[in-house]
Design a protein around this ligand. Structure first.
Ligand SMILES: [Zn+2]
Length: 170
């Protein structure tokens, strides 16, 4: 697995000047290092991890978000959910969301809401010239996600996709 740090630095925790600078700048968090180290240790068992680049790790409302390279999320999800479950269990029983870097807004939202049905996606221009993306989701068995979860999804869309999201259900 590739991370933004040198393998040696990540494994040993003794950082070279370049890695230390990334930590100091806030680009690399301790959570990123913990998750990166854990994934490196799983490479033997889950060999597809060797082809994955980990760009970002953060937590949002109980969801642990892993941002990987384009076309790489399957390499984490392709073990029948075993790998993401192992990650979630290791880090306090959180649910894990794997998202790819550099996708179009539509593809990004399809991944973000992969367990829900998207009915429409619309871009709304606001008076101040910014845009908001309205996503209408189908409510499954009259069970919509909790307000906390919806808020988390909105934050994740902002952080990873740069999207100002408004979620509605029908
Ligand atoms: Zn280094």
């Amino acid at each position: 697995m590739k991370t933004l740090l040198c393998d040696f630095c990540l494994k040993s925790g003794m950082l070279c000047a370049k890695c230390q600078a990334m930590v100091n700048s806030g680009a690399i968090t301790s959570q990123y290092m913990e998750v990166g180290k854990f994934l490196l240790s799983l490479e033997k068992e889950y060999s597809l991890l060797q082809e994955v680049t980990l760009y970002n790790v953060f937590q949002e409302g109980g969801i642990l978000v892993l941002v990987v390279g384009r076309g790489e999320s399957e390499k984490l999800l392709g073990y029948g959910g075993r790998l993401t479950r192992a990650i979630g269990e290791k880090f306090g029983g959180r649910s894990v969301k794997v998202l790819e870097k550099g996708l179009s807004s539509r593809r990004f939202l399809e991944e973000l809401f992969s367990n829900m049905t998207i009915l429409t996606i619309n871009t709304i221009w606001l008076p101040d010239g910014t845009t908001e993306t309205k996503v209408v989701l189908r409510e499954k068995r009259a069970q919509r996600p909790s307000p906390k979860r919806i808020k988390a999804m909105t934050q994740i869309a902002k952080k990873v996709g740069g999207i100002n999201l408004r979620i509605e259900f029908v």
